[in-house]
Design a protein around this ligand. Structure first.
Ligand code: ACO
Length: 811
């Protein structure tokens, strides 16, 4: 997602201003931080990275670019020096090779102290080191570099320049935390040059990525979660908005922890300090010092960092959008106009504890990811035009050569983009998607006479035109209730009373006006024409649907479904994952179509005593999935089914093709390899390849620790499932006296946990056998109409899904 439209960014770079640096500076750097390097710089900006991100004192992108350019120019200049001069530069940072000498760098003799080896001065190899405890020649400081290749020499020189720049920046930076980081990195590079080893950052900061999902993945998920229902053009715009946001974040200059101390809670402040240090070390400084490996902020950080910087950063971005509006080409202006809406949506998801976009397991469907990838390829990187340049890793090779050959940047969140082995090839899916969207736009008659448009789409179209509206209304005893709400509540009470004649009117009034109940109202021409009266039980994790009705003349138009979908989304947004209702006999069909079932997956103690029970009605339950946007769900499913139909049609054409019969047998061949039969591959046949034993996931031969970790994760998830309650502990004879007469090999999740701790599950089969025993025992002892039996079935399905996810289940 990075590399999208870029806008001018504020940033405070490592300066790179010490061009033409004096020998004194080099010596100071060589001596370490205690040196007396001059702090004057050609442009006098004097701000090191991280000294505060106030917009007023933040240099613009131009300054950053200038710094990068200066660093590059300086490196290039050094790389072009004659070899003796390069060696002289290296000698200043190389330990004296004379036996017993502890000098760590050749120092220019007093008389040449102010001459610069990067310009015209080249000391003689036999000149003595100024250090009184050394006094050895320059040659003895470079003896170990005799056979160094020219590329290794340049790598070392590049690191030296990075180190000198860090030293200079360290002199100027005021913030103590930032200064410490610069000093640490300076010393690290210094050590690497001395030992000629790779610069690797190890220690308490941990290794990137620091949080999962990363910001890039979550933002991609947000685009899908919030905007997948939009038209392809609108979706493309939102994708570009998201990329612009990521681009901004990747070049954002975070404020130092001392600046933020006042506005963060104690916990947030300490998290921020850690993340700020990580950002400096892994993202910000390496953007200027390419001897260090650089990571993109949005790929290595997650929600924790974004939460702490979001408010200020999003304000900055909004301001930038306004001030740079004119730099955007006409056709890209929508990025600017959509940005506030996008930022608001992201903010909401950032604050919600159960937002699916921050769920590490949430993953937009492959088709969406493929589409995004395709769009990403189509978008030209310079859509924003102007001078703003993305400073992603792809550009970094221009800033001198790296000290060490680094592996190509690995996609950190492979799972977001990789296709599973069984997926259809990307081009096939793309072709099908294209053909579906083309048939939609070219089929003009359907647009004029939308005979096949579902009720759902009609209702959504009405909602979009604001012909109908959905509002959650309720009475209050503590706050004034506006007249409109009261009128709607009265109207809703009438709708319920007419449609539910069995219910006493007083009872309906009592609940509709009860302050613990709310009603989702469907309003048309300012009149309520339908609604769902409900009571949330957040502590129990469910919402009770009390009344649900649509006025007679408006029934079977899709309003009932859309009302329920709104209630589902409303509940999910408030962390509620279950809906329960006592459905009238006549309404069971309607509730079934809304995903309700008589199979109650919640344990009775969760709802008993909370929900109002009705004799002649049937209790029904609907489990909500936090990753599904229910009001968009039907459209998404329809789209997917159209794509599937198209794929089947394409495959059908292949299957229908009649090929000439095989003649090879007549010609005397006794047999041929199956794969050589024409047309077989085209209809989807694949040779069966049994994976090599080593590549089979987590088989018996696998690393036992890895296997145990996977079992622990499965066990944990199974224990937390809503239907696990009957199996959490061993059944006791006191509870069920005859249990052990029937069950000879009891098993439960607690015992499994103990066995796991003791290392009993050395093989997958042992683990699976115990788990299967739990379900077998349950089904053996209980009859199919019991809740226990249903729990066993449901939990077994869940367990198998978990095992499959970890590659522990045979297909
Ligand atoms: N039995 C079986 N299926 C039904 C029923 C029913 N009583 N009512 C609607 N459906 C079906 C529709 O045919 C449609 O199916 P389809 O999509 O396969 O064609 C689907 O359910 C949804 O239809 P919508 O048009 O979205 O629903 P509608 O706007 O008609 O609202 C509702 C449904 C609320 C049940 C409405 O018919 C109504 O008010 N009925 C009278 C009051 C009632 O019975 N309320 C429920 C009592 S239980 C309780 O309140 C907890």
């Amino acid at each position: 997602m990075s590399g999208g439209p870029s806008i001018t960014l504020k940033s405070q770079p490592i300066d790179g201003n010490n061009t033409g640096n004096a020998a004194a500076q080099q010596q100071a750097a060589a001596n370490g931080a205690s040196g007396s390097g001059s702090s004057s710089t050609p442009n006098g900006s004097g701000t090191g990275a991280g000294t505060g991100a106030g917009a007023s004192n933040a240099p613009a992108e131009g300054t950053r670019q200038n710094s990068l350019q200066r660093i590059q120019q300086r490196k290039q200049k050094v790389f072009n020096l004659p070899v003796p001069q390069k060696l002289a530069k290296l000698s200043m940072y190389s330990a004296c090779q004379a036996e017993g000498c502890r000098c760590t760098g050749w120092k220019t003799p007093q008389e040449n102290r102010h001459r610069d080896v990067e310009s015209s001065y080249c000391p003689e190899f036999n000149e003595e080191c100024r250090n009184s405890s050394c006094r050895h020649s320059l040659r003895s400081h470079i003896a170990h570099l005799d056979n160094i290749s020219s590329s290794s020499m340049d790598e070392l020189l590049g690191a030296i320049i990075d180190m000198e720049n860090l030293f200079m920046s360290m002199q100027r930076v005021e913030d103590e935390d930032t200064k410490k980081v610069y000093l640490y990195l300076f010393r690290l590079l210094r050590q690497c040059v001395l030992t000629r080893q790779q610069a690797v950052i190890r220690g308490p900061l941990g290794d990137p990525p620091f949080e999962s999902p990363c910001i890039t993945k979550a933002v991609l998920s947000l685009v899908f979660y919030k905007y997948n229902h939009l038209s392809p053009t609108e979706l493309q715009t939102m994708t570009e908005v998201a990329k612009t946001f990521l681009n901004f974040l990747n070049h954002y200059n975070f404020e130092s922890p001392s600046t933020r101390r006042g506005d963060l809670t104690h916990e947030d402040a300490s998290n921020y300090k850690i993340n700020y240090t990580r950002w400096l070390v892994f993202c910000h400084v390496p953007a200027f010092c390419n001897s260090l490996r650089q990571f993109e902020t949005s790929l290595v950080f997650g929600r924790t960092l974004l939460r702490t910087v979001y408010q200020y950063m999003s304000q900055q971005l909004k301001k930038k959008c306004i001030s740079e509006r004119d730099r955007f080409p006409e056709d890209k202006r929508s990025i600017i106009t959509q940005m506030p809406k996008f930022l608001e949506a992201l903010r909401a998801e950032l604050l919600k504890d159960d937002s699916p976009i921050w769920d590490p397991n949430y993953r937009p469907p492959n088709s969406f990811v493929i589409q995004q990838r395709k769009r990403h390829q189509e978008v030209t990187p310079s859509v924003a035009g102007g001078s703003a340049v993305s400073l992603g890793t792809s550009k970094r090779s221009s800033v001198g050569e790296p000290l060490h050959k680094r592996p190509k940047k690995e996609p950190l969140e492979r799972s977001t983009t990789s296709e599973s082995v069984d997926d259809l090839p990307t081009d096939v899916v793309m072709r099908a998607m294209k053909s579906v969207s083309e048939s939609k736009t070219t089929n003009k008659s359907e647009i004029l006479f939308p005979v096949n448009v579902s009720r759902d789409e009609n209702v959504k179209a009405e909602e979009q035109k604001r012909a109908i509206e959905f509002h959650v209304v309720g009475n209050s005893l503590t706050k004034p209730v506006d007249k409109q709400t009261v009128l709607w509540l009265l109207g809703l009470q009438l709708v319920f009373a007419y449609q539910l004649p069995e219910m006493p009117r007083e009872y309906i009034s009592q609940l509709v006006f009860d302050t613990k109940h709310k009603t989702l109202a469907l309003i048309k021409e300012n009149q309520p024409i339908g609604g769902i009266c409900f009571r949330p039980f957040p502590s129990q994790g469910f919402t009770e649907i009390v009344f649900c009705a649509v006025t007679m003349s408006e029934q079977v138009k899709g309003y009932g479904t859309h009302l329920m979908n709104h209630l589902k989304d409303y509940s999910i947004q408030r962390g509620i994952k279950h809906l329960l209702t006592f459905a009238d006999c006549d309404a069971i069909g309607y509730f079934k179509k809304q995903g309700f079932s008589k199979d109650i997956k919640l344990a009775r103690p969760v709802y008993a005593g909370y929900i109002k029970e009705y004799d002649s009605a049937t209790l029904m339950h609907c489990e909500l999935h936090p990753s599904i946007v229910n009001t968009q769900f039907i459209a998404v499913i329809r789209n997917q089914s159209e794509i599937l139909k198209e794929l089947i049609a394409q495959r059908h054409n292949e299957v229908q093709k009649v090929r000439p019969g095989l003649t090879c047998f007549k010609e005397g061949l006794p047999s041929i390899p199956v794969e050589s039969i024409p047309g077989l591959r085209e209809i989807g046949w694949k040779p069966q390849v049994r994976p090599a034993r080593s590549s089979r996931p987590l088989e018996e031969s696998s690393d036992p620790e890895k296997l145990a970790t996977s079992f622990a994760s499965v066990l944990q998830s199974v224990r937390q499932h809503t239907t696990a309650w009957p199996f959490l502990r061993p059944v006791t004879a006191a509870e069920v006296p005859d249990y052990y007469d029937h069950i000879k090999y009891p098993m439960d999740l607690k015992t499994m946990g103990e066995r796991l701790k003791k290392g009993y599950y050395q093989t997958r089969r042992l683990f699976m056998a115990d788990m299967a025993r739990i379900f077998l025992n349950c089904r053996f002892y209980n009859s199919p109409d019991t809740e226990y039996y249903r729990c066993a079935n449901s939990l077994e399905r869940y367990y198998q899904t978990k095992m499959r996810e970890l590659g522990l289940w045979d297909k």
